[in-house]
Design a binder for this molecule. Structure first.
Ligand code: 5AD
Ligand code: SF4
Length: 494
């Protein structure tokens, strides 16, 4: 759903655009010009076909990509495309790709093979590719050579140009490729479409300057840039006016927010400003880097009425020796110290993490250190990954890559430990009453709805569809490992 006020404003702007004039140079006006241009082209095609044109955006990877896909969707709807549930039925299919691990790339090539078969039967279909994978020159070379049926390729830095690129493709019959190496540009005020009416991701910064030695993100997402706090507040205020009660502040390393601003500001200060927004009930954020997690932030989390009791704090490894090779810039002891401080300041906090197994040179002793951290912290949940070699990163040229069967064995042992601890940690809330934001009708049983607690756990309980988007109090009756079954005790807002 496009924000109502925003739709009206953009509608007004579009009707005033004179396509006889050359495209304006400044943003976002330039994109509005191309939205209008594309809209007319789409309208003509739809009239010829006797039905609206449809689109489907498939998103791979992280929350950042999910938010980018909402932006793509907002623009496509403004242009006149209608969303289609089935990828294979859509007139315009877009893959928003991820490249953080090699298997993410393989998945995209697999999907593309299938789409090629669909396109052969349906030649007017358009296929667009964007996201992190497109920032890798070898990928684009491969697509140009072996995937000629792709229509549009663009990257992470020029996603704001989407309307212009679509218009260019609709006017020509050739593959359109536009990849930027980096940018310091942040274009505000483009349309976006939210997946949920009551919660939304909000980008607070783009890019990453950390260069963890295994990670490709700084190369494909570019240097760190923070959005102006005024723009962030304005966006959240307008989301709240449109029914949003929960925001997820997004950045690769939110704890270093504000360092690059003309008037520097800390993430903790930004959180305090966001807290003041009336009508906003919950604030989440991710991802936090342990090296930048300040006492100021811990204090703000402890005092806040709105910041959710959940911190995602990727540890990656428990071995100080490996952490150094990973260029993480903290030690095992520093990390455990942080965890202690947070648990003392916010006693009911839920902690989650990311862990990589099999980084080059990881020994059994290093792995035992990781298990030790897992046992000491007792995470509510952990995303565990097998190290994936990413060409172009410093770790890719390290010798001593760990043999596959050893990595697999460590991965299985880690997963077992993580799962048994998290089942114990999750169950401690049994019989308590928790406030939850109802997110959906249950997929398997439509007499149940599903709500999310402040600590990110889910609970299913009997309830009607009209509870979706509302905050309610629920008694947690039975813990089912990673979620609860419960009973509503009170509705907070109607
Ligand atoms: N191999 C495996 N996992 C990786 N991650 C990032 N790069 C790699 C890689 N090359 C993981 C990290 C990060 C998460 C988003 O993905 O754990 O926190
Ligand atoms: Fe990658 Fe490290 Fe930046 Fe996270 S902080 S995106 S792991 S380089």
């Amino acid at each position: 759903m496009l924000e109502k006020k925003q739709t009206k404003k953009i509608e007004e702007i579009l009707t005033e655009i004179d396509l006889e004039q050359p495209a304006p140079a400044e943003e976002p006006m330039r994109q509005y010009y191309f939205m209008e241009k594309a809209r007319r082209l789409v309208k003509t095609q739809a009239e010829t076909l006797g039905r609206p044109l449809t689109f489907h955006v498939t998103t791979f990877g992280c929350q950042m990509n999910a938010r980018d896909s909402e932006k793509l969707t907002g623009i496509l709807e403004q242009i006149g495309y209608v969303e289609e549930e089935e990828e294979n039925q859509a007139d315009f299919v877009i893959y928003n790709t991820c490249t953080v691990r090699e298997n993410a790339n393989q998945k995209v090539y697999g999907h593309l093979g299938q789409l090629n078969r669909v396109k052969k039967k349906n030649p007017h279909m358009l296929i667009g590719l964007c996201g992190c994978m497109m920032q890798e020159p070898e990928v684009v070379e491969k697509l140009k050579k072996s995937y000629r049926f792709v229509d549009l390729i663009f990257g992470t830095h020029n996603i704001f140009k989407f309307a212009e690129l679509v218009a260019t493709r609709l006017e020509s019959d050739r593959m359109v490729i536009d990849i930027w190496k980096d940018t310091d540009k942040i274009v505000e005020d483009l349309p976006s479409e939210r997946k949920f009416s009551f919660k939304s991701g909000v980008n607070i910064m783009f890019g990453c300057n950390n260069f963890c030695s295994y990670c490709i993100v700084p190369y494909v997402r570019g240097r760190e840039r923070s959005r102006n706090p005024k723009d962030i507040i304005r966006e959240i205020e307008s989301l709240v006016a449109d029914g949003v009660v929960e925001v997820m502040l997004l950045g690769q390393n939110v704890n270093s927010y504000g360092k690059t601003l003309e008037e520097p500001m800390t993430f903790a200060q930004l959180l305090q400003e966001i807290e003041k927004i009336e009508g906003l009930e919950r604030i989440r954020f991710m991802t936090s880097h342990p090296k930048d997690l300040s006492d100021e932030l811990i204090e703000v989390m402890a005092q806040s009425q709105k910041i959710c009791k959940h911190l995602h704090l990727p540890v990656q490894s428990g071995s100080t020796r490996i952490l150094e090779k990973m260029n993480r810039r903290y030690t095992k002891e520093h990390y455990l110290g942080l965890v202690e401080k947070i648990k003392a300041a916010v006693p009911d906090i839920s902690l989650t993490t990311d862990i990589i197994v099999g980084f080059p040179g990881e020994t059994e002793e290093d792995f035992q250190e990781t298990l030790d951290v897992v046992r000491k912290v007792r995470y509510d949940s952990a995303f565990t990954f097998i190290y994936s070699k990413r060409t172009g990163t410093p770790a890719a040229v390290l010798e001593e890559q760990v043999p596959e069967e050893i990595v697999k064995d460590r991965f299985d042992r880690l997963l077992k430990e993580v799962q048994s601890i998290s089942a114990e940690v999750c169950s401690v809330h049994t019989k308590t009453v928790q406030r939850v934001l109802v997110e959906s009708v249950n997929d398997h049983d439509d007499s149940l709805v599903t709500g999310r607690m402040s600590n990110n756990l889910l609970v299913h309980f009997p309830g009607e569809k009209d509870l979706v988007g509302k905050l309610v109090d629920v008694r947690l009756d039975t813990c089912k490992g990673f979620y609860y079954l419960g009973e509503m005790v009170a509705s907070i807002r109607v």
